[in-house]
Design a protein. Structure first.
Length: 367
């Protein structure tokens, strides 16, 4: 892993804590006894153990473990299914019903016990999960992360959005929506996830100096859609006419925001910024009920994660990273060491119909 890849993650994480997110200190989120160089050295040593092919022939079984069960992940599942059919391997995806670290840990440990040939995981608690990932690596099971990373672990690669940059993109859209400034509130599943912390910090950094104020730390719902809607209702009650913008950091937060804003007849007063392409968010864009959403590419994350685990088994990690690069390049994505940045797209009511048609052509309704 290149030091620059690790640096932006740790810098974003520590900066997030500095602006008083509900995390006590950087010490709670990264092991400060290890420097970035030490972490990189540990990851390099772990990766070198996988340079020889693990299973050149025979049946391969993989598991992709998500951070919950929401429509967003159906696109990842479709990508995984398409790639496993192409490669002739077995793969399945599963996740905890709620954003619970212990439940995700149990699923992961069950995968280890079943002797799978590789695991992909979207981590709920970035650093708390590092020892779990490392235990699989020590047992000779290759692990990659997708969507939400565990950058201090010995995972072999991360496949997904540079969430800090995604936050910046959302912040740039907010500047356009609020040229004279605004008062906003954000909503999220949990702030222990690396993707949430990075997205929010990127957003804050982008809007700095533009008179765009966050009225409080993000409301947390623990990936409970009902709680998410209640949080929006609480924000409306708490801030009244003072609030004129809302940001949904997780896929289901967008629909929750729209439901409550429309229910209170406040759409003309509140602008809505979302992440991801939940089916309802896409429909709301078509109706003009959402101003903008920043979408990821979970379909491609599913394809790349499955193929990379396959290649690691068949030809070893080093060669696998070399051989995955043409696919990454063809998709217009960026690769920095063992970080594959799948990028984002900005969807507004103006381009929503075209984007949805392209999704449907892939057999998808969400992204």
């Amino acid at each position: 892993m290149k030091s620059s890849s690790l640096a932006w993650k740790i810098t974003a994480l520590c900066a997030t804590v500095a602006i008083s997110l509900p995390l006590a200190s950087c010490k709670n989120n990264v092991d400060q006894s290890k420097t970035a160089a030490q972490i990189a050295a540990s990851q390099s040593k772990a990766a070198s153990a996988f340079d020889a092919p693990l299973k050149p022939t025979g049946t391969l079984n993989f598991e992709l473990i998500t951070n919950g069960i929401v429509p967003f992940w159906s696109a990842l599942g479709k990508g995984m299914d398409d790639m496993k059919a192409q490669l002739g391997c077995n793969a399945k995806w599963l996740g905890p019903q709620n954003a619970d670290n212990n439940s995700q840990k149990q699923i992961f440990e069950d995968a280890i016990a079943s002797n799978v040939n590789g695991i992909g995981v979207s981590v709920i608690q970035a650093d708390a999960f590092a020892p779990v990932i490392n235990s699989a690596i020590r047992k000779g099971i290759p692990v990659v992360t997708f969507d939400s990373d565990s950058p201090t672990s010995d995972r072999l690669a991360y496949i997904g959005t540079n969430n800090y940059n995604a936050g910046i993109v959302a912040g740039e859209q907010a500047i356009k929506l609020f040229p004279n400034g605004g008062n906003l509130v954000a909503f999220v599943g949990n702030m222990s996830a690396q993707n949430a912390r990075d997205r929010y910090q990127g957003f804050l950094d982008a809007v700095k100096g533009h008179n765009i104020n966050m009225l409080q730390d993000p409301y947390v719902d623990n990936k409970d859609a009902g709680k998410a809607r209640n949080n929006v209702a609480d924000a409306i009650t708490k801030y009244g006419d003072k609030i004129n913008g809302m940001v949904g950091l997780y896929s289901y937060d967008g629909p929750a925001i729209v439901d409550e804003v429309v229910n209170e007849n406040l759409r003309s007063k509140i602008k809505i910024i979302c992440f991801d392409g939940d089916p309802m968010t896409l429909k709301n864009l078509q109706k003009g009920l959402v101003d903008v959403t920043v979408v990821q590419q979970p379909y491609e994350e599913g394809r790349i994660a499955t193929k990379l685990l396959y290649l690691i088994n068949r030809e070893g990690f080093k060669k696998a990273m070399q051989d995955i690069k043409p696919m990454v390049d063809k998709l217009g994505m960026k690769m920095d060491g063992n970080i594959i940045d799948t990028g984002v797209k900005v969807i507004t009511p103006a381009n929503a119909n075209e984007f949805i048609q392209k999704l449907h052509a892939l057999g998808l309704t969400t992204t």
